[in-house]
Design a protein around this ligand. Sequence first.
Ligand SMILES: Cc1cc2nc3c(=O)[nH]c(=O)nc-3n(C[C@H](O)[C@H](O)[C@H](O)COP(=O)(O)OP(=O)(O)OC[C@H]3O[C@@H](n4cnc5c(N)ncnc54)[C@H](O)[C@@H]3O)c2cc1C
Length: 268
Amino acid sequence: MTVTVKTFARLDDAAGALASERGGRFLGGGTLLMRAINEADPTISSIVRSTDPSLRNIALAPDRIELGAGVSMAAILAEPDLAFLHPVARAVGGPAVREAATVGGNLFAPSPYGDFATALLALDARVRFAVGQRELALEELLGRRERGALLVASVAFKRPTALRFTKVTRVHPKGIAVLAIAAQLPHASGRVAGARIAYGAIGRAPMRARAAERALEGRALDAAGVASALAVAADGISPADDAIASAWWRREILPVHLRRLLLGAGRA
Ligand SMILES: Cc1cc2nc3c(=O)[nH]c(=O)nc-3n(C[C@H](O)[C@H](O)[C@H](O)COP(=O)(O)OP(=O)(O)OC[C@H]3O[C@@H](n4cnc5c(N)ncnc54)[C@H](O)[C@@H]3O)c2cc1C
């Protein structure tokens, strides 16, 4: 089947084209989409792209950050003010993949991909769509089974004081995740207050570690303080068996790596 390519100067026109054709797919960096097309995915009839410069915009305010959906991992690594996201961007594929791979595409990358989306979930990011200035919490977008059709324009989040991130992989330095964990761990008087922890590669999409978050509330980040969070670390997860790791193995190693992250490794 012939696949047509439609290019639009304006993002809202691209969004209109995407919404009007079931087989239309928006092209980010194309690291996954072009592979699907090369494999002759019969569900794809057209590629929709946009040259709108807003897609590549990085807006850095003192308290808020907004990343255009077309911002690449390489562009994030080139921005010193986004240093807290550098370990995350650096964890996505090798240099050639990072040059193309976009923030927007990462939100739709199937598990066990989605390392950047995992960090954005820990950052409580909101997603802005190209049509009607509509916004949605990223968590809500990731929770939807059907996530196509809507064109993401940007993601925005409050500037964190710190973000911790770890990715467990069997192939170094650029393997696919067995597991990824991102966490914001604000504290007051040495006690955790309002932790936000996200897991990647252990479900259909990145997810919050709600039981562990609750168990950490009011606790110190020391061996005794994190024990109850580790006991419930795997509550609510649904890892898959895949070519990277078995579900059993993912469950086994989750508390081990969460412990390391909470006790200090993976600080950014
Ligand atoms: C060799 C290799 C290694 C990789 N390693 C990793 C890794 O370590 N970690 C990781 O997380 N990922 C990895 N990936 C997957 C992928 O490169 C990244 O997830 C990347 O961020 C996807 O972004 P993209 O712009 O290339 O998406 P594309 O391929 O352009 O698109 C992917 C999907 O997202 C949709 N989409 C893209 N942008 C938007 C938008 N703005 N709005 C709505 N829908 C959109 C597309 O229509 C398509 O369905 C790897 C891929 C390859 C080929």
